[in-house]
Design a protein around this ligand. Structure first.
Ligand code: FRU
Length: 565
């Protein structure tokens, strides 16, 4: 096989500089072909983020088998991404027409720097890479997708670009974990196909085999995205190791541009599957007996809550109101832009749901936010979580600057997992958000001062100002005002804040009662603040030049700091 690859290669090759690592055939000033050798496991593609995407058509046996958009290096290499080689593949590469301004295509850096290798180092150390939060080994990540719990493991798929650290080539990456803290990479779950790239969606454990793929099959539903968005299905019969796309895709279509992010769940009260998906600025609800054929039931949203942007990534679940036997439904609606501090955020509605229609109990004008930070988006929950828990994770970034944050080999982490519930306050019902109980087990020894990764537990008896600082004077200041009932976090001098005008900010949350204990989770480039009683959550990214190593407290408060191992 190697020999024939070499023969083809030389037939295609053009006279290249002696040091060239690969030999493309140049067809025009923005078009080249490259025979991909299969001598090593990977072809490492050099990326230069400031360039425009080159469009790579992957041809195997004269057939188009995939496409990749990648900013191949023209002047310099920012980082590499691995392409797994297979026998007899040809890259047909079209550079953006204006990339010629940088010099002849023959002189592009990518030809010299592309290299074959058997190894690729995932999780390259980066001072901003979180230790106990989920991150992709390399590449870009946005929304958590297809989350389910089965046989003692939490499965988390995610919107992933395997070919660079900016949004492109949407694919479902996949990781799993026994404790929601240590994540193991799993084989890629879903790759783009003729129906489109793979946008967000959900998973269910089909215990009865209602979809026809057998008992306990994992069924995924996701958005296939091209000029229009349709819903497709995939399934796994090996416990979620590998997924097969359903041959009858797409299974749901509509004539509107924004129609995506299907979230399925079994409705035990109505004895049917329900599906909720985002449709412009509404959430559409469907029902089904078999997960394949869906009946439209109703639309929710017109006039309700915040409409400052597109509604995305919904979820719908029934929960008990703390301290009572009453159960209510909560509809999660991520919105971008329109968040309380600009850009992306998660709003929710409380009400009733009978399998057909969601009725919100608040007045239309009321908006409730799940997290009052700036970096909490695309929140959805795991299917089939043990003990009836509602365990959520959110993408820890904001579309205003997610593509610009100062990390390179990876971009974006997910929040720590959170246990959701409901509580009453002043005659209304709200969502309570607490760190998942698994975080208690992650608490290590008490330490004297803050570290790059730690939990700080602050006990409060009134107003307090808590400042985290490093030796360079970079700081984050948190202020609790008991009379006002507010908690603020100021990251304007937190370190590198200059990559986007939308980044420096003060976020402010209502505390809905007295704040008695605050739990702060620090992990290299994020601070998640929780009221231990679940009445307030705030998630913010920070990019300090070195970790915050000092804590200063003014007011009626005391802190204990714990290592997180
Ligand atoms: C939300 C979102 C989804 C979409 C996905 C695409 O962040 O815009 O609505 O499915 O990202 O990556």
């Amino acid at each position: 096989m190697k020999n024939s690859a070499f023969a083809l290669l030389s037939a295609l090759s053009f006279s290249m500089a002696a040091q060239a690592q690969v030999a493309p055939a140049i067809l025009s000033e923005h078009h080249a072909m490259l025979r991909v050798e299969n001598q090593k496991k990977y072809l490492l593609l050099p990326v230069e983020e400031k360039q425009e995407n080159a469009h790579i058509r992957i041809v195997r046996d004269n057939q188009l088998v995939g496409t990749i958009n990648c900013r191949l290096a023209i002047d310099k290499v920012d980082y590499y991404v691995p392409y797994e080689t297979r026998d007899g593949e040809l890259f047909d590469i079209a550079f953006a027409a204006n990339s010629r301004a940088t010099g002849s295509i023959k002189g592009f850096t990518c030809w010299n720097k592309m290299k074959y290798a058997d190894e690729f180092t995932e999780k390259v150390s980066d001072k901003f890479r979180p230790a106990y939060h989920h991150t992709p080994g390399h590449g870009w990540m946005n929304d958590p997708n297809g989350m389910f719990y089965k046989d003692g493991r939490w499965h988390l798929c995610y919107q992933w670009n395997p070919y660079a650290s900016y949004w492109e080539n949407m694919t479902w990456g996949h990781s799993s974990s026994a404790d929601l803290i240590h994540w193991t990479p799993e084989p890629t779950a879903l790759v783009p196909d003729a129906l489109g790239t793979i946008f967000s969606g959900s998973a269910v454990v089909d215990k009865t085999g209602s979809a026809g793929f057998g008992k306990d099959a994992i069924v995924l539903m996701y958005t296939s995205a091209r000029e229009r968005q349709t819903q497709s299905m995939a399934y796994s019969t090996d416990g979620g190791k590998t997924f097969t796309k359903y041959a009858g895709n797409p299974i749901l279509t509509a004539d509107i541009p924004d129609f995506r992010d299907p979230k399925m769940f079994w409705n035990a009260d109505a004895h049917c599957w329900n599906l909720i998906l985002a449709s412009g600025q509404e959430m559409w609800i469907y029902s089904s007996a078999n997960l394949r054929e869906w009946k439209f039931e109703s639309a929710f949203g017109h006039g309700y809550g915040n409409h400052g942007g597109v509604w995305e990534c919904p979820d719908l679940m029934k929960m008990k109101v703390e301290g009572s036997d009453e159960e209510k439904w909560m509809l999660i609606c991520n919105i971008n832009p329109g968040g309380p501090f600009g850009g992306s955020a998660t709003q929710y509605f409380i009400g009733s749901f009978d399998g057909h229609e969601f009725k919100c109990e608040s007045a239309p004008g009321v908006t409730k936010w799940m997290d009052y930070g700036k970096d909490h988006y695309a929140t959805v929950t795991f299917d089939n979580a043990p003990s009836g828990r509602h365990v959520a994770m959110a993408w820890m970034s904001n579309w205003q600057y997610a593509n610009q944050v100062p990390t390179l080999q990876f971009r974006s982490a997910n929040t720590i997992a959170r246990d959701l519930g409901l509580y009453s306050y002043n005659g209304a019902t709200y969502c309570s958000v607490k760190p998942a109980v698994e975080m208690d087990a992650a608490r290590g020894a008490e330490i004297a001062s803050p570290a790059a990764r730690c939990e700080i537990v602050v006990t409060l008896k009134g107003d307090a100002r808590i400042t985290l600082k490093n030796r360079l004077g970079e700081r984050v200041t948190m202020t609790y005002d008991e009379a006002e009932g507010t908690f603020d976090m100021d990251r304007r001098r937190s370190g590198n804040v200059g990559f986007s005008d939308a980044f420096p900010c003060v976020t402010s949350a209502p505390t809905h009662g007295r704040l008695r204990q605050l739990r702060l989770f620090i992990d290299h480039s994020s601070i998640e603040a929780f009221d231990a009683d679940g009445r307030m959550a705030m998630t913010n990214l920070v990019f300090p030049s070195e970790p915050y190593s000092r804590i200063e407290i003014k007011g009626k408060a005391k802190a204990k700091i714990y290592a997180i191992d």
